[in-house]
Structures are given as C-alpha cells and as structure tokens.
Design a protein around this ligand. Structure first.
Ligand SMILES: [Fe+2]
Length: 387
C-alpha cells in the first residue's frame, strides 16, 4: 500500500470507531507532553521524535510494533511525518499514513453533533477535541446563529452553506482567554450581528450589540427563544443563553464537571463573590434543563452519544461539593485551594479577542493551540498528578 495522507476528521473517526492502529507522534518530547491527541477512547500512542529517526533510524524502527500494524503519524506541520512515513515504507511497513497539516489541523478540528433530532429547529454542538471546547449553532428558518465560534470560520461558513442557511448572528458567552474567538471575523465576513456583554467588552475595538439581561435574541419569532442570562464570575460579563427554555449554553460558568475559574482576571476575591451568587442561581434552576458547556476537561464528561450535554440535575450531583457551599467565604476558600497559574498566552489572547492587538495567522495558530485551563477544579488535580 502506498503512503497516504489523512485528515484530522479521519483520525477522530478511527478513534471513535475504536479502530486498531498505532499513533506515532514524531514531535519532540516537550511538545508532545504539552499537547497530544486525545479522544473518547484510549489511543495507542508512541512518541519517537523525528530527530531520533534522522540520527538513530534502526533503533527507532526497533521501538515500533510489527510491520503489518497500521501506523498513523503526526508531527508539527506535516513534512516530518511524511519524512518518517517514507522511512517506515523503506523498512517494509505496509499501512502508513501521515496527518495532513500536522498537529494544528487536529487542534482546529470541529466535530458537529446534532443535539435535538426531530425538533422544529436544529441545535448543533461543535466539539473541538484538540482544545476541549464546544461551540454551538442554532439553525431555524434558513438562518443560523453561532455561540462562541472558534477561529476556524471557514468551517462554520461551509456548514451553513451546506444547509442553505445564512449566518445572521453570533454571540460570545464572555471575553475568552484560552482561544481566539471567531465572532469578530465571522461578523466582518458575513455581516452577522455580533452580540457581546459590555461588562467584558467595554473598551474593545469592535462593533457589537451589547447584550441585555433577560432579553430574547432569537430569530424574531422565526425560531425558538434565546434568552440572555447574565452570569458573572468567570468574568464580569459572563453570560449564559437559554434556548427554548430547555437548553443552557453555559459558557465557562457551569461545566459538566467543575465550574469556571474566577481567578483569571487577577481579582479573585471580587469575582469569586460574583460567581458564588451566580452558582446559587444555577442551584435553583429547573434540573430538567440541559447544560451545554463551553469546555470539558476530558472525555469522561461525554454522554453515551459522545456529546457534552447533561441535565442540570445530574450536573449538580456530579459537583455536589461545589453546589453545597452555602456562603461566599467557604466558596472563596474552595476557589483558592484550586488556584494555579494561568498560561502566559492568556493575556495576549484576551487582547486579540478585544481587537486591541493584531497578530498574523502564524502567531494566531501558536496562541490558539493547546488545551484550555478554564475549570476551577479537577484539571488542577490532574495537572498535579502529571508532575
Ligand atoms: Fe473562559
């Protein structure tokens, strides 16, 4: 079999089908440890760097499984994976593919999941496995509204075109710090109305429509209501959107496991109090509603359909210890116990998302790559285990 290139979407499909293959990551150990391919099921992964293949080829070949094994190679850009694929072919490996576009194509991959089959409108979750994040698309009456789109805006445009929809609105749940948001670019390209909360976006160099707490920003009666619910804490302008009184696009406020960090802005005491008040509100909401988070820590949070959607009742039970806290002092203590440094890039990403700093495409790719660190708990524990 000749060498071939594969797409990030192929890789995701093989993982979810539990196909038998070995992922050979040829980036250096530091890059590999910082960010690797993860999915809902375990992946047999081997890290042997491209430089080792150049210097100690035979020894590297000896670290690989037998030559009939399906080997899928990933590298930083594409070239070194292809180079290693050619070495493997020379050594008699029969089924070898290399990832087109390298690890960044995995980082940008969006996987659409229809959440409400059979309903009069369509609500999609776009899972970004490489970031551990989710954006959302609401489609009704040939119109589409997006929530927290990533910078992969061609994907959303193609998705809308395939369904004969126009992207007419895009909304941000908050000023994101962990990835470059796509709403501004989408709105510039399509003319879509851009909704954002002034409490986060004041001073931003953007044209946007300020959100009003309690307003309905749905498609003027041509689709389900989309109710705005201010939910300060993770940021002062954090906002949730309630679709059809049933689904909560919860941003970085409520996760399936954990809640959003209120310490990213350097004002943990103040923001922790906001978040405590918001979480008390969430504690009183209808448990039958479905939580649709902006992030997940890992795939253990997915349901059996491999979506990140869970009833609020279950979310509260997964996070009993958090929802049981009944005073702001204990809440702050919980937050402080879980605090850790934030990645240095977050300050830059915020400026980019407010359009107060411009970066070129390559810088944007670098800033945007890697997993989020938005959860107040669990991730911290996981990180500590890895040290
Ligand atoms: Fe966030």
């Amino acid at each position: 079999m000749a060498l071939f290139s594969y797409q990030a979407s192929d890789l995701f499909r093989w993982i979810t089908q539990k196909d038998d293959f070995v992922l050979l990551d040829v980036r250096n150990r530091t890059d590999f440890n910082r960010f690797k391919v993860e999915g809902p099921y375990s992946i047999k992964t081997i890290n042997v760097s491209y430089f080792d293949f150049m210097e100690i080829e035979d020894e590297c070949i000896g670290r690989l499984p037998d030559k009939k094994t399906r080997i899928r190679i990933v590298c930083a850009r594409e070239g070194s994976a292809k180079y290693v694929a050619e070495i493997l072919e020379k050594h008699g490996f029969v089924d070898v593919g290399f990832l087109a576009g390298g690890i960044k194509s995995w980082g940008n991959l969006l996987v659409p999941k229809l959440l409400n089959p059979g309903a009069p409108f369509e609500l999609y979750q776009f899972i970004r496995p490489g970031k551990g994040s989710c954006s959302y698309g609401l489609l009704a009456n040939e119109q589409m509204m997006l929530f927290d789109p990533s910078r992969n805006i061609d994907f959303y445009q193609d998705f809308a075109d395939d369904r004969n929809c126009r992207i007419v609105q895009t909304a941000e749940t908050h000023l994101q710090a962990d990835y470059i948001a796509g709403s501004r670019m989408l709105s510039e390209r399509t003319g879509a109305r851009f909704f954002a909360n002034e409490n986060d976006f004041k001073g931003a160099k953007l044209t946007y429509t300020p959100l009003q707490d309690g307003a309905d920003i749905g498609f003027d009666g041509q689709g389900p209501p989309v109710r705005v619910l201010f939910a300060p804490g993770h940021t002062p302008g954090s906002t949730m959107f309630i679709i059809d009184d049933a689904c909560i696009i919860s941003g970085d406020t409520v996760f399936i496991k954990s809640i959003g960090r209120p310490d990213l802005g350097g004002k943990v005491n103040e923001w922790s109090d906001y978040l405590f008040a918001t979480i008390r509100k969430v504690a009183a909401m209808d448990g039958g509603m479905t939580v649709l988070p902006a992030h997940f820590i890992d795939w253990s949070e997915a349901n059996s359909r491999l979506n990140f959607a869970e009833s609020l009742k279950k979310v509260r039970s997964f996070n009993k210890a958090i929802y049981a806290i009944d005073n702001s002092r204990d809440f702050l203590a919980f937050i402080q116990e879980n605090m850790r440094d934030q990645p240095e890039e977050y300050a830059t990403i915020r400026l980019v998302n407010a359009n107060l700093k411009q970066v070129d495409d390559e810088q944007a790719e670098i800033l945007d790559l890697g997993k989020n660190e938005c959860a107040a708990s669990a991730y911290a524990a996981k990180q500590q285990q890895q040290v």
